[in-house]
Ligand binder design. Structure first.
Ligand code: CTP
Ligand code: MG
Length: 235
């Protein structure tokens, strides 16, 4: 196997943080989204298993919802993971959850991948694409998909304007960052952010956009669960 991009051969160089601490309010079930059933297992099992098995990943940290740390650890044991270093209690916001997980990453780490448990179908090829720019002068990298629908700005049920799609893309996870840059981006008083790249952009970091994967759909509503389950089945 060739050396992982972004890696220097340093043991524990690349850490993956799984943000799994959200409530999943829009899913409307009796437990947090990370424990929603997907193909008979908790949703978290899918990304946990895939990142644990990913050759580009050296260590994994999970941010679990308060009160769900124990089930997350048990799940990790059931999956016989070998890279899961710890499971922390997430915070009020996604950013706070990522910050809690990042606190577990040692100073020697070179690269940190931040992934949403809500995107179960992550694969090695995508992780490789995200890591590549980090050894080429970028501070971060984000997988993106083109926007295919026409975009409208709507206010109170009325179309205000049609927004040009030019240059717009949809960001997915995992997003990859040089570890010191992500640390700096997460310092101080944090505004609410829906991804980590926006925080890195805010401190002037250079973030690359790489090809995302339509299968990396984010589970938000009950319908999404059914779609992801179908996408998961081998063709
Ligand atoms: N997340 C997190 N900690 C939070 C909020 C969100 O770790 N306090 C994680 C979620 O677990 C998810 C990802 O961030 O994997 C993206 O968030 P989202 O899709 O909004 O999930 P939820 O916040 O759980 O869902 P909802 O907004 O419907 O409550
Ligand atoms: Mg949310």
């Amino acid at each position: 196997m060739r050396e992982p991009p972004g890696g220097s051969g340093v043991a524990g160089a690349t850490w993956a943080l799984i943000a799994a601490a959200g409530a999943g309010e829009r899913l409307r079930i009796d437990r947090p989204k990370a424990f929603a059933p997907l193909a008979g297992r908790p949703l978290l099992a899918e990304s946990l298993e895939r990142l644990d098995a990913c050759p580009w990943v050296d260590a994994v940290v999970v941010a679990a919802p308060a009160g769900w740390e124990e089930p997350a650890i048990l799940l990790s044991e059931e999956l016989a993971t070998t890279k899961v270093v710890s499971c922390v209690t997430g915070g009020e916001s996604r950013t706070e959850s990522v910050r809690a997980a990042l606190a577990e990453v040692p100073d020697e780490a070179l690269v940190v991948l931040v992934h949403d448990a809500a995107r179960p179908l992550v694969d090695d090829a995508l992780v490789e694409r995200v890591l590549e720019p980090l050894s080429g002068g970028f501070d971060g990298a984000v997988p993106v998909l083109p926007v295919s629908d026409t975009l409208k700005r709507v206010d109170g049920g009325v179309v205000v304007e049609t927004v040009s799609r030019d240059g717009l893309a949809r960001a997915q996870t995992p997003q990859g960052f040089l570890a010191p840059v992500l640390r700096r981006a997460l310092e101080g008083d944090l505004a609410e952010a829906t991804d980590c790249a926006s925080l890195v952009e805010r401190i002037g970091g250079r973030v690359a956009a790489v090809d995302g994967d339509p299968r990396l759909l984010k589970v938000t509503t009950p319908e999404d669960l059914a779609i992801v389950e179908a996408l998961r089945r081998p063709a």
